[in-house]
Design a protein around this ligand. Structure first.
Ligand SMILES: [Zn+2]
Length: 345
């Protein structure tokens, strides 16, 4: 493994907030390169330039981490779309693409593993073996191609997240392990999200937290509690959708006519860039260390969040003209007050 930068993830976190950006699968689906339904990142092999372009857009907008697009590039999912033979090449290529773009700036490369759909708490021993083998093969290839740390994400089960953590630690890499939060307050194997993060931290995770599923408003209250019980770094990567107390996750949002909005009718619920910038500011204020975005994310959000965190990034050259700020600013100021009042109550 070649070293791309002298500033690893833990060094950067020690000095301040690290900004991430995800949502590659959702964005590349919108751009016509990934099939909604299976959501397998075939684009890595079929249109590698499209993947590099999105990496580059996130890099220009302020993301300090290029996350290799290996989400759902595991054996179970590739079987579903008849591309099991492409498994190794897809995983290696995804890490290579992330590396190529990271070198255009000063970004880190994160290997990426996720929930496998193979873990079964009723049959933990046998299913853990399968999950472990999947993680070992994916991360083995990633390590050979060159990664700085690993993000294990959208974990529905604490049991599965702990397997991921063990595999990452065996490889002696920094581990960021984040939970999905589709259910009200517990993982699918019955651990409160806050307790689950505490257990992951106690088992040696360097960064714990939440990603995906919840928008800013419904993620903040949980993430703040996680912050208060762990001493390790905490990550928050919400989806940019207006989830609320009644519909706390983007999977639960309903259109006016009562249909489930997820995954293809979500546009009316999108946050604006100022709301995501506000999320970044609040997250920083409550001590969150790794701040990013998940499904639905796009470069304009990432740039607005970067600027809210006090950075000027390459894409800032084309940030909105100042004349637009007072108009939008006044409106956003009001929304911000409501937002703050809501989440604090
Ligand atoms: Zn997501």
């Amino acid at each position: 493994m070649s070293s791309r930068t002298n500033r690893g993830i833990l060094d950067r976190l020690k000095k301040g907030v690290v900004q991430g950006a995800e949502g590659y699968v959702f964005e590349l689906e919108r751009r016509g390169y990934i099939k909604a339904g299976p959501y397998v990142p075939e684009v890595v092999l079929d249109f590698p330039e499209a993947v590099k372009e999105l990496h580059r857009e996130f890099l220009r907008a302020g993301s300090e981490v290029m996350v290799a697009l290996t989400y759902y590039a595991h054996r179970e999912k590739l079987k579903d779309v008849g591309r099991e033979n492409d498994l190794e090449f897809m995983n290696r290529q995804a890490v290579r693409l992330a590396n190529e773009v990271a070198r255009e700036g000063d970004a880190l490369i994160a290997g990426n593993i996720c929930n496998t759909w193979a873990y079964d708490p009723q049959n933990a021993q046998a299913s853990s073996k399968i999950v472990r083998a999947m993680y070992e093969e994916q991360l083995g290839w990633a390590l050979e191609e060159g990664i700085d740390f690993v993000i294990s994400e959208t974990n529905d089960y604490l049991g599965e997240a702990l397997i991921a953590l063990e595999v990452i630690k065996q490889l002696k890499l920094p581990a960021m392990v984040t939970l999905a939060s589709v259910q009200h307050d517990q993982t699918r194997d019955g651990y409160d999200y806050i307790e689950a993060c505490k257990i992951l931290a106690d088992h040696g995770a360097d960064i714990v937290g939440l990603n995906c599923d919840r928008g800013p408003e419904t993620m903040l209250s949980i993430i703040e509690k996680i912050r208060s019980v762990v001493s390790c770094y905490v990550a928050a990567q919400p989806v940019p959708y207006k989830t609320n107390a009644q519909y706390p996750t983007f999977e639960s949002l309903r259109t006016g006519s009562g249909e489930q909005a997820f995954p293809l009718l979500l546009e009316p619920f999108l946050c604006n860039r100022f709301e995501m910038a506000e999320f970044a500011r609040i997250a920083q204020a409550i001590g969150i260390n790794y701040i990013g975005i998940c499904c639905g994310g796009a470069p304009h959000y990432v740039r607005a969040m970067a600027e809210a965190l006090g950075k000027t990034v390459p894409a800032s050259k084309y940030s909105p003209v100042m004349e637009l700020h007072p108009v939008l600013g006044a409106h956003v100021e009001e929304k911000h007050k409501e937002f703050l009042a809501d989440w604090k109550s």
